[in-house]
Write a new protein. Sequence first.
Length: 432
Amino acid sequence: MNEGEKPLRVAVLGCGSVGSQVVRLLTEQADDLAARIGVPVELAGIAVRRLDAQREVEVPDGLLTTDAAGLVTRDDVDLVVEVIGGIEPARSLILSALEHGASVVTANKALLAEDGPTLFEAAEKAGRDLYYEAAVAGAIPILRPLRESLAGDKVTRVLGIVNGTTNFILDKMDTSGAGFAEALEEAQDLGYAEADPTADVEGFDAAAKAAILASLAFHSRVTASDVHREGISEVTAADVQSARDMDSVVKLLAICELKDGAVAVRVHPAMIPLSHPLASVRGAYNAVFVESEAAGQLMFYGPGAGGPPTASAVLGDLVTVARNRLGNTRGPGESAYADRVVLPMGETLTRYHVAIDVDDRAGVLATVANAFADHGVSIQTVRQEGRGADAQLVVVSHQATDAQLAATVEQLRSMDIVREVTSVMRVEGDAE
């Protein structure tokens, strides 16, 4: 430890499930943190909405304040940890902290996905760090490998399960045969899903994380609005069973790809084969699968949410930022030099699994196959289940653009021989 060095003073914004664990770790591991950084780290203050709220951690007297704006502009604050979430006041507080000379660690995926460039530009102008490992996949170290460890490589694809709530629900549907509503109710009872689960089950949370991953992986600015998003609320027990019949499983995937120099980013449920490493990710766990030219295939796995895991990522960033501060240096800022175009979903190459209830009569299979051919979509496999009124065709396509496949499904739905298109789901992971 550097004798005579002043302690680094940390302001924490928010003292909920993550913030309280950050405060606990800062307090309990003070000696270890001082040894790793080189000087002691002290809490300067903790901004909260209510002083009298019940908290998971005992806060030393005098540290709680409702004046977050005043706290981040104090001259004695060197580092600001933002774990309140949302867009405002988080954005204004982070910008103010940077303007007043503090470095920032944040876990705010929504803000970074919506307005990251503004924050990065402010950090660059101030000559300070903005670190955000905790914004994606909790304790799993994924952003720093993309930003630093793989900086000399070319990442071509990032495929991830980045939302624990949806993975728990789909896993429950797969293992128990439960429907979506039943599995969601269990997730809420166990605390894996919020009372209002919209952000999770409709894919908003995963889309924000996908935008951050794509921005880092492909050195281009990608926002949440660039991400094609579909949730899991329409996934049925029949869809999950169809996947099982194909030796596959349904997962909500965040998919970021380089295609002919452009970026494709999407979040949607998809069938992946049981042989794929992501298929074995169970319960509320997260995993991110990275493909690059030199390193090949890498997988990062672990708890993707929760107070202690997320706080672990925050503290890891805090140590790095503190070391940079002592060394009068900065870590890597935004890397958007490639400025790649983001492809619309219609131009993205994908594959479909389509289940079709049809009239069981001569020529049905040929007519259905012609509908695929009309739109330039090649069929990989087709099978018929049942007979008579219960006849069903299950078709899996080769790769085509999403627009071609969507047009094919639209044509199928208009055909007299088709009673109903009962399931449409994308397929990932099989070699073409």
